[in-house]
Design a protein around this ligand. Sequence first.
Ligand SMILES: Nc1ncnc2c1ncn2[C@@H]1O[C@H](COP(=O)(O)OP(=O)(O)OP(=O)(O)O)[C@@H](O)[C@H]1O
Ligand SMILES: [Mg+2]
Length: 435
Amino acid sequence: MQSGPRCQQILRFARLVRPRYYSGQPPPWRPGSAVDQWVERPIRPISLRQLTFFGRTLTEPRLISSANYVRTELPTRLAHRLRDIQQLPYVVVSNPHLSLVYELYYKAFERFRVVPEIRSLEDNDRFCDILREALKEHLVVIPNLAMGVLKCRELVPADEMDRFMNTLLRARISRRVIAEQHLALTETFNSPWHFPDSQERTDMNSDFVGEVFLKCNAKEVVEHCGKVAQELMRKTSQSAQIPAITVQGHLTATFPYILSHLEYIVGELMRNSVQAVMEKYKDSTQPPPPIQVLICETPQHVIMRISDQGGGLPRELLPSLWSFSKGPRTQSRLENLEQVPAMAATMQELKVSERTERKTDQGGYRESSLDTLTSRHPNLRLGMGLPMSRVYAEYWAGSLEMHSLEGYGVDAFLQISKLGNKNEQVTSRAAIDAV
Ligand SMILES: Nc1ncnc2c1ncn2[C@@H]1O[C@H](COP(=O)(O)OP(=O)(O)OP(=O)(O)O)[C@@H](O)[C@H]1O
Ligand SMILES: [Mg+2]
């Protein structure tokens, strides 16, 4: 922990407001710990192209090598994030929500760092069980992080808290990507259609390599997510004023991407647009104006512009639109978030939501870690749709911008890097020395 004047000030304040939590002790780590050793290792970022490379000719040695990559990469990435949390002022890290996240990360770090080298398919099966369990256990991380950050909003400046949150969320996506990709490859390898000796791709008809969908078609994703948003509103709202969705432009644009990431972003934008238009037209006798989507393909990018006439962004929200920790609605966001941890555990187990269902090679359906976030009730507004979507968009070197025309509507611009050759954007070094 650093000891600059601002930090001293925060700690003095912390003692005043939360004497129960402040013990004057450093966070629970000691120099020379395993975290110290692992944090010295550099992170090895991966691109979509590399992710598909492991799976294209899926032989036993490749599967084993993928397993060992994940085995060493997960504890390395966890060590960096543990260090980030350790460097927060004690009063922040001892917030019950953040300390729960810390404990989950620490437990996972301890579990993964002792896994011996994977040499056989049996070793890999055991490793996959550990992976699955950890993924499930960590479903509560996002709501807890979000609540922790909101509850500590008066202890650390909002910009620094947002930087912390962005780093942790990006890192979380990165760990889930490599873990879920390896599980998906193992599933493919074990499927009856896979012939381990063949040099050909596992299934020539499959457009998935693990979690990566090679032919993400922008138009189809927009239409699918639009339909899900409309359906959700049909089920949960009394109003019949549901706007239509039109798609124009380069309708054949396809690119490799992790489908659940794209569906999450487009889904959140669609939900916001549909909700805004319905709100504006709820008492009108006129049919609501459609949401117009334009797709534009360039040599390097696919850009989607989602335009609605829902009245534009409320002016008072503009300064905090991308923030996890500030804004006029922090209290209601907290109250809504309180309801999410329970949802996260049960919905994931009980049902796979319609929108992320995908056929696996065995004819079953594969779950996605985003299900719990995307299938929530529209009134349960968490204020996370936009900031989280931007984290996802930037993760694969894309971008998300909103342009609001006050009183008229919103244009959302989502830019996707379409060649799949950009590395995931993760922060390698423990990132928040400034906090
Ligand atoms: N297209 C839009 N038109 C008008 N207002 C919008 C639009 N998109 C977002 N907003 C405003 O910005 C706020 C923040 O959006 P965001 O998606 O981040 O969170 P939310 O929708 O409130 O909650 P969540 O998405 O977590 O359920 C919304 O509550 C809404 O007031
Ligand atoms: Mg939203």
